[in-house]
Design a protein around this ligand. Sequence first.
Ligand code: ADP
Length: 634
Amino acid sequence: MAGLSLKHIYKVYPNGTKAVSDFNMEIADKEFIVFVGPSGCGKSTTLRMIAGLEDISAGELTIGENVVNDMEPKDRDIAMVFQNYALYPHMTVFENIAFGLRLRKLPKDEINRRVTEAAEILGITEYLSKKPKEMSGGQRQRVSLGRAIVREPKVMLLDEPLSNLDAKLRTQMRSEIAKLHAKLQTTFIYVTHDQIEAMTMGTRIVVMKDGFVQQIDTPKNLYDYPGNKFVAGFIGTPQMNFFEGTLLKKGDNVEINFEYSEAKVTVPYSMMYKAKPSYLDGKKKVYIGLRAEAVSVNPAVVKASKSVIKVRVSHKEELGNQTLIYGDINMQGDGYTESSTRIIINADVAVDFKSGDIIDAALDINKVHLFDEESEVSILPRIPEYNYVDCTVKDGALSFLGVELKMPSAINCPDGKYDLLIPTDAITVKGKDADITVVANENINGVNLLSFELGGRRMFAVTDEEVKKGKAKIAIDWKKISILSADGTVVEAMPSVMTFEGRLLKEKVVEEVTEKDKTKKKKVIKFFLEISGYKTACPDKIADKLITAIGVKHAFGEKLLFECGPYDLKIAEEGISAEAAETADYGREKFAVLKVGENTVYAYTEAQVSGSVNLLPEVDKLSIIQADKHIRIV
Ligand code: ADP
């Protein structure tokens, strides 16, 4: 039994294919995790890296307490089940299951006990003396599961184990594997391209596309809160309907207009609190997502609804327990081809529509999903990044929502009216910048999202813990806010990451070494980092990671990017040469603003600094990125 930790895991195959990019996840002991996504998205590669069948190009993999990057598969305490059973045809079922245990030279009694027990759990006791060829596909897959179980692994890895089975058997085996997981109380990681398999089995699901994790969440949350259009379309059958459209704020309401159609519905603005105001201008294009069951043709529902649209029916699919109606919200549309006006409706009542009928359909507006047309990311994220409010700047004071605050000198903004962006992580519930009323706390995957009222507006903050409902006071972190005018950014948030260019160096150094009471000179290889012209010793651990990830041939000389925060840079005797330009005073904190070549860099300091100085980075806190391939190695 063990948890796993995957930190910045990458896989680049020798031919240059980047199969997995920056995979990050903490898996708790006993979880049932499913990796799902279309063919080629990198799910098997990730599983094979966990198994040790594939080298990890960069990143750190921990199973239980141990970093296992360099550990042989046999030492990782994992067991793997494959799609193609991989049974030995000349051995009996018993021998197949016992094979690994015999190799490990377990006592005969122990082998007998484990094999018998596994066969019982899997219901294959009566086949133990048979050969695999006398068994069906489902039974053979049970044998290969048995072979994994008897090893009593800390983690079970399953790579599309049901793909070779027919539909009925797959459904049956699905519940058997779920039962097996409950019984064994072991961590399971399961790979499939089948979203139904993923949804029915996983405690959490990782949706992948093109080597990138799209979303990690419970089945229900993936369905209810897809973070982007890809996840929204991938999870659920029939596929979510997507329309193009625009949003226009009118007082307390927002009008959703469907493109290429007369369809239009109105929703309360309160539903859009989390959306960036620029989406509500009636011009910016969005994708409107509606699942088939969020549209109703039930006459009673249509009658009671204020969100009714016209649909021209094309055909229907009778599925026995449900009827899918295909149609188009464009009266010229054909309803057959997938388009930005085609609609599929899950009819919950008996219907008697004919092709060409024009019918009324009611939209459940609480179930509308909205995505940015370019990035395809949800414009109503569960945890919003910013609060967007109007503000006024006059005589060094910033006013918004009835609050007036004297601006610290680092915020340099001419008088005028602007948009203010306050990140949700820039608000803390202490201090005395503003009086708020706490409305709600929502735990979203371990993060507390606080909703509060300020000057009649709903706002959000990400906090460490729940805050009691009612009156409270907040402080705003000035260095994180931005002020925007129609022409662009007037005040930019202080960057949280500083970037330097450099590389890894190796040098032969002559050292005096003492061996057996004799001191002699010896040549040793030492590693150094060159960071923006500053040379410093490179800890062996970091050099190892760089050489493993880049390859010994190219590691020295390869362009690297070093990243760190403003608190990880000290003004010191030695370090990166920099010119101090000014001090950014954010009230509670001060930062030196420095020029390193063309770049502007911020470093936390209590002192006033000027002229030429040296910036010493904390080597242990640096992130190191292979610049050309965008791989975070450290
Ligand atoms: P999935 O399991 O999601 O179908 P894989 O992890 O098998 O995807 O593959 C991810 C990507 O890596 C694909 O583009 C695939 O072609 C590529 N790939 C897989 N194995 C190798 C290999 N041995 N050499 C080069 N490219 C590979």
